[in-house]
Write a protein that binds this ligand. Structure first.
Ligand code: ASP
Ligand code: MG
Length: 410
């Protein structure tokens, strides 16, 4: 008998029919004898709807009141799901975050979990009940309702699994797993059976937005095996777990992540003096603009150039900051480009394989795709290219790195 924490996202509980279907599924798991703790999100669209209501009343609503408001979304779904389970003869009880005592700090709308009392949950499980917990919410030391940030139910699921020492945390969603790359771009993308926490973080932060990044970090830290699966069809999904040292057949590249959300800014003719990079990127960070890829050229004739990327929405703001910086520094010019895309090969197998970068650049060269920026980490090689070549690049690399073929075990 295992203890499984299952999290169902907003689309999985988006209508009464879907809540019924989820209840059928859970009743099935119970019948097999597993102990089940369920975490649910609000019905899809509900959190946004509540936030929009607040916006009609105030431009600057207090974060504390936002939390009181948005936490109601999950309170609806836990009650409905518990009722649906009881209807099926499956004993169940719903609990808000405060009732369980998911203790958090007091950072409203982005609280962090500090402690979870599991005695009550264990008592329910021992009594044969399914525990249905509200995702996304907790309570601070003074009894104020808090929430964990958008998409926070994933984190609730993982945190409960860690606190209960569960065998697995299953995240049920509208996709049937994590893919080698976005299947909407590459037809031959395939579902991964397994991926490591580290790889998943790279895939997630790169735009494969299946799981809240914080939840993956949390799962990695507490070594909670995480599984992403579809709530609409049966299947094994993708297991996110620790690196398997014994797996010699580990592919070098596990997946390709990409995004079109960034813009590139360049400052040219920057005097090659100590502190120049700081004087450029300091004001950008002071303006609260997050910088992603950074490349500085080797100086020639006493000047250098520096290129970096920011989120596309912030390009205009960054450009204004950079104009001032260029004046102050006596730089020659600035240029901006929002027709770029970033793509990354991700794989823990890269650690033990040389030549991945050159193979990647070779493939891009063969397709006449110009690389504008390059950056690497231990398990990732990232390039920035013209947005119009992104899909071609992803497809070519997907094939070249053997990601197209079905794995033998399937
Ligand atoms: N309902 C919350 C949101 O929409 C939390 C979640 O779905 O995970 O962000
Ligand atoms: Mg969600």
């Amino acid at each position: 008998m295992s203890l499984i924490v299952q999290k169902y996202g907003g689309t999985s509980v988006g209508t009464v029919e879907r809540i019924q279907a989820v209840a059928d599924k859970i009743a099935g798991f119970r019948a097999r004898g597993d102990d089940i703790v369920v975490v649910v999100s609000a019905m899809s669209g509900e959190t946004n709807r509540l936030i929009a209501l607040a916006a009609e009343i105030s431009e600057t609503p207090a974060a504390r009141e936002i939390d009181v408001l948005v936490s109601t979304g999950e309170q609806v779904t836990i009650a409905l799901l518990a009722m649906a389970l009881e209807e099926r003869g499956c004993p169940a009880r719903s609990y808000t975050g405060a009732q369980i005592r998911i203790l958090t700090d007091n950072a409203h709308t982005k609280a962090r979990i500090e402690h979870i009392d599991v005695e009550g949950i264990r008592a329910d499980l021992d009594a044969g009940r399914v525990v249905v917990a509200a995702g996304f919410q907790g309570v601070d030391g003074n009894g104020n309702i808090t929430t964990l940030g958008r998409g926070g139910s994933d984190t609730t699921g993982v945190a409960l699994a860690a606190a209960l020492n569960a065998d697995e945390c299953q995240i049920y969603t509208d996709v049937d797993g994590v893919y080698t790359t976005d299947p909407r771009v590459v037809d031959s993308a395939r579902r991964l059976e397994k991926i490591t926490f580290e790889e998943m973080l790279e895939m997630a932060s790169q735009g494969s937005k299946i799981l809240q990044i914080r939840a993956v970090e949390f799962a990695g830290k507490y070594k909670v095996p995480l599984r992403v699966l579809s709530s609409f069809e049966d299947g094994p999904g993708t297991l996110i777990t620790l690196e398997d040292e014994s797996n010699m057949e580990q592919p070098v590249v596990s997946g390709i992540a990409f995004n079109r959300d960034e813009a590139k800014l360049t400052i040219l003719g920057v005097p090659d003096i100590p502190g120049a990079a700081y004087r450029i990127l300091g004001p950008i960070s002071d303006a609260n603009i997050e910088v992603d890829v950074i490349v500085q050229n080797v100086a020639e004739d006493g000047t250098t150039s520096l290129t970096f990327t920011v989120h596309r929405n912030e390009m205009k703001k960054a450009e204004q900051v950079l104009e001032q910086v260029a004046k102050d520094l006596g730089a020659q010019a600035i240029s901006v480009d929002d027709h770029i895309a970033k793509l990354s090969l991700v794989g823990v197998g890269m650690r033990s394989h040389a030549g991945v970068a050159s193979q990647m650049f070779g493939v891009l060269a063969e397709h006449n795709i110009n690389i504008q920026m390059i950056t690497t980490s231990e398990i990732k090689i990232t390039v920035v290219v013209d947005e119009k070549y992104l899909e071609l690049a992803v497809r070519a690399l997907h094939t070249a790195f053997g990601l197209d073929q079905a794995p033998e075990s399937e």
